[in-house]
Every structure is written in structure tokens, then in C-alpha cells.
Design a protein around this ligand. Sequence first.
Ligand code: PSV
Ligand code: MN
Ligand code: MN
Length: 424
Amino acid sequence: MLLTKLQIEQHNEALLKQHQRNFEFVSGCIPNADALIKKLIDFQVAIPSWALGNGGTRFGRFAGKGEPSTLEQKLEDVGLLHQLNRSSGAISLHIPWDIPKDAGALKQLAAQLDLKFDAMNSNTFQDQPGQQLSYKFGSLQHVDKAVRQQAIDHNIEVIKYGKELGAESLTVWLADGSCFPGQLNFRKAFNNTLDSLGIIYDALPDNWKMFVEYKAYEPNFYSTTVGDWGQSYLFASKLGDKAYTLVDLGHHLPNANIEQIVALLLNEKKLGGFHFNDSKYGDDDLTVGSIKPYQLFLIFKELVEGMDARGMDHTKDLGWMIDASHNVKDPLEDLLQSVEAIKIAYAQALLVDPKKLEAAQQNNDVVLAQELLQGAYRTDVRPLLAAARLKAGAALDPIGLYRQLKVREQLVKERGEHAVATGL
Ligand code: PSV
Ligand code: MN
Ligand code: MN
């Protein structure tokens, strides 16, 4: 299901006066509103294919209704999100859940929907039906060379699919690790993983990046072989210039200072991209900004400052992806909320005056430094985001329009109550 231009225009027309009042109030206090709006329009966040259906808990899965059951339908869902906010212009696929049967036709559909193919994700954390060897004791780290080879082959196959679709990066997240002390020789597991990743790295096209995602624990609860940013950084450095660390916000031990990690990885030219989500306890995969919005802002403040210091392009030099999926919301509404939260944090970070902050730091003026950050964070930038959407042809109130048009009801009619998305 797609929206018509007229539906969006009529919706915007009805909200325009109120929007203008809100916008005038905020833009009056911002020196460079036009430049900021331009940056907001350009900033796109990739939607993971596995978030389009209701995610699983560790104990079960409660499917939603009218979920996309084919890859084409997944693209259509992201196309719909992109129509609503003009900020979701990319999809991140997961193999084997999203094997493209006709890459040419998919590329065409993506072009019609104005979507790009973002990072391809491999899956060696589950055994697939008919698979010869099991990943129960790991994949790229496995003690058995044949299992390692199977996992390597899978990753190379994922690159092949990505090439057909025009993607330019591979994200490797490994469940590899151990559940009990003594189960694993840490050094051998690391070296096996490095050798395996090296073979995959060699299969990357020149213009591709490899993202090595880390995670502190789960499904293994004693050790994870790519367990933190230091280990990911080691792999990425040893592999070469095309390999980077990927930061998933939910993959840290409690209270980790993620903004500092981000700042240093950027400094070392090894930050590759993000999986945005939010959490209270662990890898909760909750809606971005729903639990710790100030942390998200602080992360973006480091990103903006670090990227500007290195002359990086905010829109394309890092991979911006969501990795959230859960049970109690309509996944499309949830994704609209997540994209909005990311852009709010980005806009607030753009409000921080780098010169004033630097001066405060130089003077050890701790109070002023905090005031500068919190002044930006406490600015209600939502009218700026709305202005960006209006200018880009999106809806002033994406969730409002989604509900007004009864999109989910339409999708249920089209796809049926029991249509279930493939994924986690
Ligand atoms: C598992 O923790 C996970 O959420 C990782 O974050 C991956 O990025 C994602 O699954 C998809 O493989
Ligand atoms: Mn992730
Ligand atoms: Mn995760």
C-alpha cells in the first residue's frame, strides 16, 4: 500500500497553521534554522527488514497482523515509511530471511520507492533447515574448520546478493562465544575468527565496508568472542581499511559510556556505523529514545563534533541503521517513532555551539559546558523536524496520518490477518 501525494498534502494543509505557529516560536531562537533543516532533510536512516514484523521475545513470538511476508512487501513497508517521513530511504536486509529471487526486479521496485539497499546482514547464529553443520558451538570461531568454512561461505554468499542489489556493506554479528569457563580457548577462538573474517574481507568488493558488530553477552553468557568495542576494534584494525566497528546501542554492559566509545572510534577512523535502539537492562531493542534520550543526544553530540573535525559527510560516511523490534507496538508506528527520535537527537546536537563549548572546556568552566549541552538538549526541535518533512514532501504528523488513513487495517485486508514476517 502506498499513499498518494494528495493524501499527504491534505493532511499537511489541515495542520499547517498550528505548525507555523510552533515553527516561528522555535526558529526565532535558532541562528541557522535553514541550514539545519537542510541537514535534517538529507539525513536518512536505514530500516532493518527484521523490524517490520513483531519481534520475538526469548520466550515466544506474538505475530502482528498484516505483516509483510515477502521481500517485496518488506520494501513496500519501508517505502510507505519513507513517504510518511522522507527520512527512511534505505532498507537493511538479512540473509537467509531476505534472499532476493529476482535482484533486477527488486532493484527496480526499490528505485520506484526511492530506497537504497543498506548493509547486508549475515546469519550464522541460527541453524537453517537442511544445513549440514551446526552453529551450536559457534561459527567463524568454531573448533572445526569445516564449520568455519560453512560460515565463511555463507558470508560470501551474502556479499554476492548484496552486490546484485547494489548494497555496499556487510554487517557481521556473531553469536560466537562460550557459556561456561573452560569451554573455549579465548586466543584460539579469537584467531580462528580473525582468519575466517580475513577470508570474508578478501571477498569484499573494493567499494564495500565490513562492519564488525560487538555484543557483551547473549546468547552466550560467559564470553562473547566479539564482546566489546576493543575486540571489534582489534578485528577491524587487523583486517584492514575496509573494516570498521559497528556500535549497537544495546550491546554494552550497564552504564557503559557509549558516547566516549564513539568519540574514540571516530578519532581512530574505525567507527563504521550504528544500530540504534534503546534499553533499560540489556539488548532490549526498544524504540530509540524511549528510555535514555539524553544519552542518545550525547552520542550525537560526539558524532557531529567528531565527524566535523574530520570533514566527514554526516549523510553517508557512517552507516545509520535501526536495530529494534519488539512485541507490543505496531512495528511501523514504532519505526516512525525511532526515526523521529534519532533525528531529534541529531538536530539537538547540531545546536551545540562547538566554539563556545571548546572555550568552556579550555577554561575548565564545567558549569558553562553543561549549560551549553543541556540548553541544546532541552530545545524542542520537533517543529524543525516537521518543517524538514514539509519541505521534503512528507507528512507533518506521520503517525497521525498513518492512523487517520487506517494503514494497518488496509495492510491486513491486503495481506491477511495471519501474514507473518520472516525474522527474529
Ligand atoms: C542480536 O543481538 C541482534 O540484535 C544483533 O544486534 C544483530 O545486529 C541483529 O540481531 C541482527 O542480526
Ligand atoms: Mn544489532
Ligand atoms: Mn542486538
